[in-house]
Ligand binder design. Structure first.
Ligand SMILES: C[S@@+](CC[C@H](N)C(=O)[O-])C[C@H]1O[C@@H](n2cnc3c(N)ncnc32)[C@H](O)[C@@H]1O
Length: 205
């Protein structure tokens, strides 16, 4: 079984529990809703929710007839998301080969979905994200802040901490320009980190 097949099987197995506990945007932290809402409104063009899980953030990105697509490994999540959020499109797929054309979208949200990618494989995923993102498009990554690359005991599937510095270096190496860093620590939770980066275009590198 490959790494992504294991992650997919782990989420398929826990999908209904996950949807119950974390599958509605109202259950998400208010600062995250604010940040993601501001980021959504700053982007133009179609948006991709990469690793969309149950699809609640994908639906949150749907405003003013904007085209939004959620992609996830888990068929259980994609089945739920299609039924729950008919305004968005959903596709089963893997980050290493996104089922989307080059230069398709103006923004990519990858909210706690790169946490299951081995840190050594993150550069390859960022290259694939850069392929489907238009020049000047924006990427917004959320993850758990901890010793860079250290594995931790995630409730569903093995996962890895990253630092803002480590993720920032990977983004720069993939050609992105860092726009914002965020950090937050909530009681009884792992520290959170998020980064917004932009794919340069020819005129404003
Ligand atoms: C912690 S959940 C986050 C889900 C959602 N973004 C959220 O914030 O609730 C991680 C999700 O990323 C998806 N995922 C992990 N690795 C992936 C990959 N290589 N390709 C596509 N989806 C992936 C998993 O299937 C899972 O739905």
């Amino acid at each position: 079984m490959t790494d992504w097949q294991r992650v997919s099987a782990d989420y398929d197995r826990c999908a209904s529990e996950y949807i119950h506990a974390l599958g509605r945007v109202e259950q998400m932290a208010l600062p995250d809703r604010e940040l993601i809402g501001q980021w959504r409104d700053s982007c133009s063009g179609p948006l991709l929710d990469a690793g969309c899980g149950p699809g609640h953030w994908t639906n949150f990105l749907c405003r003013d007839d904007r085209e939004v697509v959620g992609v996830d490994l888990s068929e259980e999540f994609i089945g739920h998301a299609r039924a729950a959020y008919p305004e968005a499109k959903f596709k089963c797929g893997d980050f290493s080969q996104l089922p989307l054309p080059s230069d398709y979208c103006g923004g990519i949200l990858a909210w706690y979905s790169l946490i299951h990618t081995y840190p050594s494989d993150v550069p390859e995923v960022l290259e694939e994200f850069a392929r489907v993102l238009r020049p000047s498009g924006s990427i917004f990554l959320g993850f758990f802040d901890g010793k860079d690359g250290e594995a931790f005991d995630h409730a569903v599937s093995p996962a890895f901490f990253r630092t803002l510095e480590g993720m920032g270096d990977d983004l720069r190496a993939a050609g992105f320009r860092i726009i914002q860093f965020h950090r937050r620590t909530d009681p009884d939770s792992r520290p959170h980190a998020a980064v917004i980066a932009r794919k340069p275009n020819f005129f404003t590198p």
